[in-house]
Design a protein around this ligand. Structure first.
Ligand SMILES: Cc1ncc(COP(=O)(O)O)c(C=O)c1O
Length: 370
């Protein structure tokens, strides 16, 4: 049984290079320290409509946006409850896509996995084949855009184009660890549902989940007849339409931080942030090629999380510990027992820059004697 470890007042702050939470700017954090106000006050309508409409503008989407108190996991569950009667197809290529499949199973759905070796990307032609050859009707194809455990960026745009050929099959994308950093044209590729968590590439505190929902997905939930209450598309969006607020009490301080950060994101633009993330990804890939190797299949490397193969056999746990002790920087080991020491991961997302990432790679070089 886990014993209480008393939280104290004296922790040394670490610069976060983990795949989330990531660094949050001081002025964004400061927004959270304000006198509380009521979630049914006009001020709340101002706040919520501002962050919803700014998010739509940032993402360049005509679809609806829900900002829900909770984490991205909430939308694994609610998108399944809202859209899937029976069958869901989940290409699994790492731990998070596997968890998406597991969530659907726990909700009693019939899950067909399309299994990829970890490190490989999901291929649109495999999705086409599965949709064409299966004797089942799939209500949903659910794909992770950025598989944080392996550092793979799946081609959700091309997969979306395939799924769109099947009008009664909805396309759900888990973009938890890349939306806000990586670029995706949601509307052009018919992505019905795409969701993320605030603590990743949005560079906000954890506690909010962002979900973009197409009209078709909204209608499908109504036609289906049963849905999630908390994360029901209709409940969230109708409430927004009528009152410009959330159906239940939201994490107001985090929404205040969100407003501030989203203004910054609007200034930088979706394309601008994607460009900065591409530069960081390219920097880390070149560094990895010099000292180690990238783990993902070539051409499918993530823009926000580098998963680096430990070809030198360094002691990953020890290196992480020393970099933390000597440099106050935190980066991650490989995911789970499968990749624990075989890989390590650098989160280069949110407000990081090539310069700040270089500080980490310099520290790793120093500690691991590269
Ligand atoms: C790809 C992916 N999906 C889902 C999740 C779950 O997100 P959260 O912990 O914010 O619910 C994570 C968390 O790291 C993730 O990386």
């Amino acid at each position: 049984m886990t014993k209480k470890q008393e939280y104290t007042d004296d922790y040394r702050d670490k610069t976060l290079y983990i795949p989330g939470p990531t660094e949050v700017r001081e002025d964004v954090l400061a927004e959270m320290v304000q006198p509380m106000f009521g979630h049914r006050m006009d001020r709340m309508t101002d706040l919520y409509t501002t962050i919803v409409e700014d998010t739509k503008e940032y993402l360049g989407t005509d679809n609806d946006v829900i900002i829900l108190t909770g984490s991205g996991t909430a939308f694994w569950e609610s998108s399944t409850l809202n859209l899937v009667d029976e069958n869901i197809l989940v290409p699994t290529c790492g731990s998070f896509s596997e968890r998406h499949a597991n969530v659907a199973e726990r909700l009693g759905k019939t899950v067909d996995r399309l299994e990829y070796e970890w490190g490989q990307a999901v291929k649109p032609e495999d999705i086409r084949e599965a949709l064409e050859t299966s004797d089942k009707h799939y209500d949903v194809v659910a794909t992770v855009m950025n598989e944080s455990s392996t550092g793979v960026r799946n081609p959700v745009e091309a997969i979306g184009d395939v799924v769109n050929e099947y009008p009664d099959t909805y396309f759900v994308v888990d973009a938890v660890s890349c939306l806000g950093g990586d670029y995706v044209d949601i509307d052009a590729h018919g992505i019905d549902v795409i969701f993320a968590s605030s603590q990743k590439a949005f560079a906000m505190p954890p506690g909010l989940a962002i979900c973009v929902v197409s009209d078709e997905a909204y209608d499908r939930e109504i036609e289906k007849g049963t849905a999630s209450w908390y994360g029901g598309f209709q409940r969230c969006l109708d409430y927004y339409d009528r009152k410009g607020q959330t159906h239940s009490t939201p994490a107001i301080p985090i929404m205040l931080a969100y407003r501030k950060q989203m203004k910054r994101m609007l200034e930088e633009t979706h394309e601008g942030r994607a460009q900065r993330h591409t530069e960081m990804a390219e920097y880390v890939q070149a560094w990895a090629a010099e000292h180690f190797a990238m783990f993902p299949e070539e051409g499918y490397e993530s823009k926000t999380v580098a998963c680096i193969e430990n070809t030198q056999g360094i002691d990953v746990a020890e290196t992480i510990e020393q970099v933390s002790e000597e440099y106050d920087m935190a980066f991650s080991n490989g995911y789970g027992s499968q990749l624990g020491e075989k890989t390590f991961r650098i989160g280069h997302m949110g407000e990081h820059t090539v310069e700040s990432i270089t500080e980490l790679t310099d520290a790793i070089e120093d500690v691991a004697d590269l």
